[in-house]
Design a protein around this ligand. Structure first.
Ligand code: ADP
Ligand code: ZN
Ligand code: ZN
Length: 702
């Protein structure tokens, strides 16, 4: 029997693979022209000896690839609606901006189940016809998705409070921005407890009434359940979806599908949620926009906050950036009038006692006992007597940052990194917080046999122990990464705090963010000094934001809150601004310094990082890279716009037996930097080297 003759077409696809040597990030495959295919569909492909899933971005009649090298695509997958053009536009932006191939950005943005080629099996249809490929897990998901979207109609919506005057102004501005159907960034600068959430809720109500979708980004997984609960209470009719990295793959795919298919009205999620296609998007909210967690620190090192801004710009919609301590990048934009500033300057709740009083406890002359000043200890005692809660903030988990031998000087270093391994008393082990290396605590010093190994410094476990010995009656709860490893344990712990079942809460960063603890009247910061004199120019900004955040947990209802910060430098200007709750003053002084020093946001950074077996190899690669960049700059007359620093070992030079170094590129013009990077990286890709390297644009830490 004659097979019907068909001509070939070519599918131009993207794959989760780096750019090819000659710069393209597209791959061509043959596909018969009588078989359906659409741009934005997923496609099953042979790649080397593997089978992969790619995305069709072009369909053409010609291919430049040598015919002998062209292969046939296996099957076009039609089990998920086509990915829309506007989603590709965002992916393309991210790829270009962060110097990756389109596929390296777009494919990892899809849920794992949608990129698992192995799950796809041919289904025999008619013997003559080409097989259709499908995946059982996706079929099951689709069945679930049809059942899942039902909104809860049983609960009545919770009461709306009467807005404060400042909230009302903010809401009016946002409403008018929503009507404008234009890109409009709004900075909601509201002190802790000022009711930013209520402003988001009113904006969301508007978006829902317009039949549009909203994207709400939060920095922490742990903030999603409580916010989801608030949304559910206020909008019982709305279809909610949420996404974060702690979700199992199936659940993630399900949530993603509901949003992509327009079956969800509000998507609440952590940074990854910015990558989800939202067909009816009307508003983006980035809560705690200053939070470093919005920056992905591995793979595609993107800033979800920055991409959210691009997304809003591309879709011509408003975006609300909310924070008590906006990032200096955002603040500078607001000061220049690019973002509209909306201010909430006082606490909103009817029973709120106003902003907490922040006091520095000088450690200049005060002797410390187990890390505590008498002032802080007494303050806790007082809270216990009054039946109020205290939060002791300390941003180091474990028992002690290091274990040392007083006899010979041995210290507990990680075997694989250039850092100390942290002593954890609860499991009796040393843990490296950077590579995961761990070992039993030695019974005696491995070098000299001395049996008196001493913990130096303190972590949250030790603080908990000290407090327990001082206040044996108190109910003490520690919240850090170690205490919340089990699924659901964080929520259980938070509920206990809310229910008043805890007297003293000891915690890291995890408890500093966002939580509305109503019974808490004291916040103690054990040590605020480690970040004061850091080489990192952003350390002060981060410290201020952290302290403001944690201070903001105190006194959110009825009784006034007090914040005690222990420091050896009580006169430091950062603390003066903090005590006065004066973010504006702090931001202005920081921005003045940055302007004078030519640092972001008045300059634009990229770092090239190299990793190798030896530091010499990593540095040698960076020196070669620097020379190439230097030549390119001379050739295009940009030497005065862009500075190339000397390659240096990274602060944490060795992690997991890999030596790391970096080269900082500092530009006075964003376009100049963006012009240099692709040609430079193309030249680097041509270098044959064993060194692993990557570039990070807008690094947060250098
Ligand atoms: P933020 O996110 O700005 O720190 P929240 O949104 O958590 O503050 O609000 C703090 C508290 O104030 C919450 O308990 C909230 O219910 C309450 N609240 C917000 N707006 C109002 C209002 N207009 N009237 C009364 N209470 C309010
Ligand atoms: Zn020793
Ligand atoms: Zn390590």
């Amino acid at each position: 029997m004659n097979t019907p003759s068909h001509r070939n077409r070519f599918l131009r696809v993207i794959l989760d693979a780096p750019r090819l040597n000659y710069g393209s990030d597209l791959f061509d495959y043959r596909w018969p022209d009588d078989r359906a295919a659409e741009i934005g569909q997923r496609v099953l492909l042979p790649f080397g000896r593997q089978t992969l899933i790619g995305l069709i971005v072009e369909i053409t009649d010609t291919s430049e690839v040598e015919p002998s090298k062209l292969r046939d695509a296996i099957a076009v997958l039609d089990d998920v609606p086509t990915l829309p053009l506007d989603w590709f536009t965002l992916m393309r932006f991210a790829a270009d901006y962060y110097q990756r191939s389109l596929g390296e950005v777009a494919l990892p943005a899809l849920p794992l189940l949608l990129r698992k080629a192995k799950a796809y099996r041919p289904e025999s249809v008619q013997p003559q016809e080409p097989a259709r490929y499908s995946s059982r897990s996706i079929r099951q998901l689709r069945k679930k998705s049809m059942g899942a979207a039902k909104p809860d109609t049983s609960t009545a919506s919770t009461q709306m409070p009467i807005l404060t005057a400042e909230q009302a102004v903010a809401v009016t501005e946002i409403r008018s921005a929503l009507r404008g159907s234009e890109f409009q960034p709004l900075l909601l600068h509201g002190v802790t407890g000022s009711g930013k959430t209520e402003v988001y809720l009113q904006a969301l109500a508007d978006v829902l009434a317009r039949g549009q979708q909203a994207l709400v980004l939060v920095p922490e997984i742990n903030l999603t359940p409580q916010l989801l609960e608030i949304f559910r209470g206020r909008f019982p009719q709305a279809r909610l979806a949420s996404l974060h990295s702690g979700m199992p793959d199936g659940e993630r795919a399900l949530q993603w599908l509901r949003v992509h298919e327009g079956e969800a009205d509000i998507l609440l999620g952590t940074r990854m949620a910015v990558m989800v296609p939202l067909p009816r998007l009307g508003l983006v909210v980035v809560d705690e926009e200053h939070d470093p967690s919005f920056k992905q620190q591995e793979g595609l090192r993107y800033s979800a906050r920055d991409l959210a801004l691009v997304l809003a710009q591309q879709r011509r919609i408003p975006i609300i950036l909310g924070s008590a301590t906006p990032s200096l990048e955002t603040w500078a934009q607001a000061e220049r009038g690019r973002y509209k500033k909306l201010t909430l300057s006082s606490r909103a709740a009817d029973d709120a006692a106003g902003l907490p009083q922040i006091r520095m406890v000088s450690l200049e002359r005060t002797p410390l006992e187990h890390g505590f000043s008498e002032t802080l200890r007494n303050a806790i005692q007082q809270r216990l007597e009054r039946g109020e809660q205290s939060l002791i903030f300390h941003n180091r988990r474990g028992y002690a940052p290091v274990l040392a031998c007083g006899a010979c000087g041995w210290i507990s270093d990680c075997r694989r990194c250039s850092v100390h391994a942290v002593f954890h008393k609860l499991d009796g082990r040393l843990h490296c917080h950077h590579c995961g290396w761990e070992a039993r605590v030695p019974k005696a010093c491995p070098d000299c046999g001395n049996v008196d190994l001493a913990p130096l410094g303190r972590g949250t476990q030790r603080i908990e122990e000290t407090l327990a010995s001082w206040f044996p009656e108190a109910r003490i709860l520690r919240i850090d990464r170690d205490s919340t490893r089990r699924k659901g344990s964080m929520q259980t712990a938070l509920s206990a705090v809310h229910a008043g079942e805890v007297d003293i809460l000891v915690g890291t960063q995890m408890v500093a963010k966002g939580h509305d603890f109503r019974h808490l009247t004291l916040v103690g910061v054990v040590d605020a000094d480690s970040a004061l004199f850091s080489h990192d120019f952003r350390a002060a900004e981060r410290l201020f934001a952290n302290l403001m955040q944690v201070a903001g947990r105190a006194g959110r209802a009825h009784k006034p809150g007090e914040v005690l910060i222990q420091t050896r430098y009580p006169q430091h200007p950062l603390f003066a601004a903090l005590t006065a709750h004066d973010f504006d003053r702090f931001a202005k002084s920081q921005l003045d310094e940055r302007r004078t020093a030519g640092l972001p946001p008045y300059a634009y950074h990229a770092v090239l990082r190299a990793e190798a077996k030896t530091l010499e190899a990593a540095l040698a690669f960076l020196h070669a890279a620097r020379e190439i960049a230097q030549n390119l700059l001379v050739a295009c007359d940009q030497s005065s716009t862009i500075d190339l620093y000397d390659p240096v070992p990274m602060n944490l030079v060795r992690v997991a037996n890999v030596e790391r170094a970096q080269l900082l590129v500092e530009a006075r013009s964003r376009p100049a930097l963006q012009n240099l990077l692709p040609i430079w990286l193309a030249a680097l890709r041509a270098i044959k080297t064993r060194v692993q390297w990557h570039v990070e644009v807008d690094p947060l830490e250098i």
